[in-house]
Design a protein around this ligand. Sequence first.
Ligand SMILES: Nc1ncnc2c1ncn2[C@@H]1O[C@H](COP(=O)(O)OP(=O)(O)O)[C@@H](O)[C@H]1O
Ligand SMILES: CC(C)(COP(=O)(O)O)[C@@H](O)C(=O)NCCC(=O)O
Ligand SMILES: [K+]
Length: 303
Amino acid sequence: MKNSIPDKFRLPASTDNITSGFTGNAQIKIALAIGNSRLHWGLFAGKTLQKTWDTEHLNADAVSRFSEEEKAEYLVQIVMRSIEEISSQNLLCLPATPAFSNPDTLSLVPLPLILASVVTQQTAIWQSYPDVRIITLDQLPIGGLYPTLGIDRALAVLGAGNQLGWPVLLIDAGTALTFTGADVNRYLVGGAILPGLGLQLSSLGKKTAALPLVNLPQNLPHRWATDTAGAIQSGVVYATVAGVRDFIEDWRCLFPDSKIAVTGGDRTMLLKYLTASFPDTAAGLIDAPEAIFWGISLLTVDC
Ligand SMILES: Nc1ncnc2c1ncn2[C@@H]1O[C@H](COP(=O)(O)OP(=O)(O)O)[C@@H](O)[C@H]1O
Ligand SMILES: CC(C)(COP(=O)(O)O)[C@@H](O)C(=O)NCCC(=O)O
Ligand SMILES: [K+]
């Protein structure tokens, strides 16, 4: 659904094609994938993903005190500041146009925003953005989706299948650790959900009296630990890696030639632990940090 754009957010005609300097005529769009830990951003020129970055969730209480108009202006500025920040780090080359170089004109630029969110409270905030399109399951060209499936899982498995080939298993090592598999007919076979590595550690730290908050170890820890922090790390890492291996091996029995991709904030650590403990299982796994944006890119036409 596309909201109408209030006049105050419309670009002056002269700056209509604000980003043409590095994209030709391709239209610039921002994709925002909202996960349970943070916001994942992607900047598209047409269907080409130019850059991705992450930021924190917005403060829902603070935003709820704004009027509708203030909300819209605030959200446009969040988007533009975020883009300016990555471009000033030289991660992205944006042309020197009035829209990007003059802070007074920032709020004039409502880049189209494509939103995919699994966090209702954050989705509600972004509904006030002047040019937002929210992706829902019914828009995805993949069969067998059940109504409560997370849009992040559906988009990432669709993106991985389209980019790497079908059948495909997508492992998302995010807040939750999820497995999502689809067959050669782009049909959901099924999946599983368990607490992610970070969430296992934080829930032990928060929900027990004696256990400290510990970080993920940089490498595969010693299994038979003789201190509390080491025992937590050992338990979480070895049990998770054994479980992930079991899902991968089962999937490979069902679909021997399947591509298997890994995404999410903890993917690098998970791949490291898996490679150290089960190198044969880890062989052939594909590092796919942008899987969800591959999925979103398939939906960037006519929006
Ligand atoms: N800078 C960071 N901020 C937050 N989490 C991070 C960061 N870098 C790595 N992580 C890890 O990423 C995990 C969350 O994965 P992510 O894919 O961002 O989650 P989600 O998509 O659910 O928001 C956390 O459990 C944490 O261990
Ligand atoms: C399983 C999830 C919580 C994963 O979220 P994430 O870790 O990516 O923030 C999310 O995909 C979700 O809310 N899913 C709905 C239930 C389902 O997919 O069956
Ligand atoms: K995710």
